[in-house]
Design a protein around this ligand. Structure first.
Ligand code: MTE
Length: 299
């Protein structure tokens, strides 16, 4: 079947792997020359103002491993990702525990080079490997009454030191409307750069919704529940004024504490030029999902 998503990015647009995997270390320790050499991008040639401490310390968020900028990379090795199973339940024909090995054996893994825009106004381009969430949901059989999909991350205090602190109401939960979940852009990622997903990026399976802010892309998923009502989401529960259920990338709706009009691409290290943020992160094909909706009210 023809895919209905736009591959407007090529390999040359990808945030360099070394930068992506080591971005915290790069930001923390290396000099400008190294960062520029690693980036090798035209927009990295001109040195801009370094980003704020706030920006830098919020780079990689996997709060289950701590809120510090290097905590996920330092601690996520504690997570046992094999064996792993995902419970699919709620309004589906065949609820049950599905092992990741079984899921992966049934899915067609493809590469998707997507823009990724964090709510904190940094961005990158990532070559994910994964399959469409729609294929997984169809495998379980979505009942006609289902309207939303709820997702849940593993909660293992022994392996996830950050969950010993009440930073968020654990486990981390997220949700999508069913039509968003079924959209061909919506990916379940199992890898990046052709390699299994590193634990700090959400192994063994994480969601990737490229037209939404990064926090919707929930990591290390253990449960997917089809429901008929809007599910709670972690950041919305933590601060509903700042983080809405939809959280579509929208340069016209600012975060209460900062502008969302521009973003800082990570590939150029601290010195990359800010560039305009695109509506739906540039994925215009999803606009029809929100026709007739007030995107300020439904932020
Ligand atoms: N998923 C879980 N379970 N816990 C988290 O803290 N952080 C989110 C999202 N998924 C988070 C999560 C946020 S805020 C972002 S920006 C992305 O993961 C970061 O993904 P990356 O580290 O792969 O770039």
């Amino acid at each position: 079947m023809a895919k209905r998503w736009t591959n407007d990015l090529t390999r040359s647009d990808i945030t360099p792997e070394r930068v992506f995997l080591n971005r915290r270390q790069l930001i923390a320790g290396l000099g400008a020359g190294t960062i520029l050499a690693a980036a090798g991008r035209a927009n990295a040639q001109e040195a801009l103002e370094p980003n704020s401490f706030e920006d830098i310390t919020n780079y990689c968020n996997f709060y289950e491993f701590g809120t510090g900028k290097s905590d996920p990379a330092a601690n996520a090795h504690m997570l046992t990702t094999d064996p792993w199973s995902v419970k699919i339940d709620g309004l589906v024909d065949t609820p049950g525990e599905y092992s990741v090995a079984d899921i992966l054996s049934k899915m067609t893994i493809e590469e998707r080079i997507y823009r990724f825009r964090c709510v904190e106004a940094w961005s990158m381009i990532v070559p994910w490997n994964g399959f469409e969430l729609a294929d997984l949901l169809q495998m379980a059989g979505v009942k006609p009454e289902a309207k939303y999909v709820a997702f849940e991350t593993a909660l293992r205090p022994d392996e996830m030191p950050g969950t010993r602190f009440p930073v968020l109401d654990w486990p981390y939960v997220e949700g999508l409307r069913l039509d968003e979940a079924m959209h061909p852009l919506t990916l379940m990622a199992s890898g990046l750069y052709g390699k299994p997903l590193p634990n700090q990026n959400g192994a063994p399976l994480r969601l990737v919704v490229p037209w939404k802010y990064g926090f919707k892309s929930i990591k290390s998923i253990v449960r997917i529940t089809l429901t008929d009502s809007e599910p709670p989401t972690s950041w919305n529960k933590a601060n509903g004024r700042e983080y809405g259920f939809y959280s579509n990338v929208n340069p016209e709706v600012d975060h209460p504490r900062w502008s969302q009009a521009t973003e800082r691409p990570l590939g150029g290290g601290l010195f990359s030029r800010r560039r305009p943020t695109l509506m739906f992160n540039g994925y215009d094909e999803v606009a029809s999902l929100y026709e007739g909706m007030d995107l300020r009210a439904n932020f």
